[in-house]
Design a protein around this ligand. Sequence first.
Ligand code: NI
Length: 180
Amino acid sequence: MAILEILKYPEPILSRESLPLKNITGETAQLVNDLMETMYAAPGVGLAAPQVGVAQRVIVLDVDHENPHKQVYKLINPIITRTEGEVIWEEGCLSVVDFTAEVRRAAKVEVVAFDEHEKEIKVAAEGLFAVALQHEIDHLDGKLFIDRISRLKRNLYTRRRKKMLRDGTIPSNESPGVMI
Ligand code: NI
């Protein structure tokens, strides 16, 4: 297991669509374990493979803060099969430093995926879990939560981020909330 570097916006791979896996191998199991360790170390409640530079459709989630490691989801080639309702959630992302924003999402989702043993998994989710699933699957489609806010707010952030990179400003380590 290894803690991997989490890539930050505007790293180009974060805007690219990731490919579905054709075979689940030992390498996939290794990737899943590394994603888990990297997510817990961050700390975050979810992480997608492209965030560590791997353009494959693999995500991991653990949204239960009180009981970490108890309800862990390792999802390969996840597909949203059903959505219901609407919710607005204040989101942050491990790949988007120093910024959070309200994002509109489906309130409930159903997702079908494979685990690392090629077993099909069906997940029904609501609340933070539903939001996190949509956020992570967005990562696989090359979308960040800042692509789901108004152009005005996004431009404010992208300008600030470019200035931070230009000035060499170190992002504050204070987590503004739950990082997905
Ligand atoms: Ni994220």
